[in-house]
Write a protein that binds this ligand. Structure first.
Ligand code: ATP
Length: 340
């Protein structure tokens, strides 16, 4: 990447009006619907929302890793370090994946190849982007594993993924993701499959590698506790759309969208002995059952008014840097949905 060592105020990632759709019965439905946000260099941006809100589809769109021939980017733009990568082909993406932008997943076993050693897989990443000898690649792999807290790196390079614990596999994934010092890491539920103590260790590790490499991270999670712990800014997604966007402090001090309020209510509170976690009644609508007009959250919203089913709320600023899409807060205008 060109300019990242110089002072550069432009956002590292700019997603503009992104629409990603899947076909159902011959018709395309938007799983990501008119999503716009930016990620600045060195920042951690959380993307939060329940299962099915479009978090993964959005990140797979940015990486161009949507299931081939099924999901498609229907509209919008993705700019990475000022370059429009929206229409990059496989060859162009292979040049930047790993080097400029990397991704880690919830279940490292899906990304690690079970038949190759850890060393082989790490070295592949290095060979893809650097002209180095086998010996140099092995040394670099060992030092990368050490840097992500793997205690016997010389042995682990010779081991296979199934020989490692879940936490160690996630460390290996992080080592692979940062091997070429990308500017942007997308972490999709990186700790969801791990037990609580290991979760905390992996989050600490992510923070550490982020600050050492001055990387930006898009951290996808359904857990607002993780957001509070890790992120600078946060995007709340519901049914494929961004419903609230602000700094983490502001989100917790001054949540605006009724969906965000409900998500915050469902965080377990250490001080209170709760019998049950607050949960949000109902479910995220499936793509086919998405309302075409009005607020998609209306039927689950305790504060819904009759107009909520007829007026589609637009994301608008309620205060500097704090945007909400809810008619409780703005002079929303009816908008035709992109997939209406
Ligand atoms: N391959 C696919 N084909 C059809 N629909 C899909 C496909 N992948 C995702 N979807 C749909 O897109 C919507 C968004 O899904 P997505 O996986 O992005 O949600 P998510 O917020 O990441 O949830 P989770 O945390 O469970 O991964 C859902 O309605 C889902 O059913």
């Amino acid at each position: 990447m060109s300019e990242h060592t110089k002072e550069n105020k432009a956002p590292l990632l700019e997603v503009k009006n992104l629409e990603t759709a899947f076909p159902i019965d011959g018709e395309y439905y938007n799983a990501v619907d008119d999503v716009s946000f930016t990620v600045d260099r060195g920042k951690i941006v959380g993307v939060v929302g329940e299962s099915g809100c479009g978090k993964s589809v959005m990140s797979l769109s940015i990486m161009h890793l949507l299931p081939k021939g099924i999901g498609k980017i229907k509209g919008g733009q993705i700019l990475l370090d000022g370059k429009d990568i929206t229409n990059y082909n496989d060859k162009e993406m292979n040049k930047i994946r790993g080097k400029d932008i990397s991704m880690i997943f919830q279940e490292p076993m899906t990304a690690l190849n079970p038949v190759f050693t850890i060393g082989f897989q790490l070295e592949e990443v290095l060979f893809n982007h650097f002209k180095i000898s086998k010996k140099e690649a092995r040394q670099k792999s060992v030092s990368l594993l050490r840097s992500v807290g793997i205690s016997r790196p010389d042995d682990v390079v010779q081991e296979y993924p199934h020989q490692l614990s879940g936490g160690m596999r996630q460390r290996v994934m992080i080592a692979m993701a940062i091997a070429c010092q990308p500017q942007l890491l997308i972490a999709d539920e990186p700790t969801t499959a791990l037990d609580v103590t290991v979760q905390a260790q992996i989050l600490d590790l992510l923070k550490e590698v982020q600050s050492i490499n001055d990387m930006a991270i898009v951290l996808i999670t359904h857990d607002l506790g993780v957001v509070a712990e890790m992120c600078d800014d946060v995007i709340v997604m519901y049914a494929g759309e961004i419903v609230e966007k602000t700094t983490v402090e502001e989100l917790f001090e001054n949540p605006k969208h009724p969906y965000t309020e409900k998500l915050i209510d469902s965080i377990p509170k250490m001080a209170e002995k709760q019998e049950r976690l607050g949960s949000i009644p109902g479910i995220v609508p499936s793509l086919k059952n998405m309302p075409r007009v009005g607020c998609k959250f209306a039927d689950r919203c305790a504060r819904a008014m009759p107009e909520c089913t007829t007026i589609t709320p637009l994301l608008g600023e309620v205060k500097d840097g704090h945007e909400v899409a809810c008619i409780l807060y703005d002079e929303s205008r009816p908008k035709e949905r992109a997939n209406a």
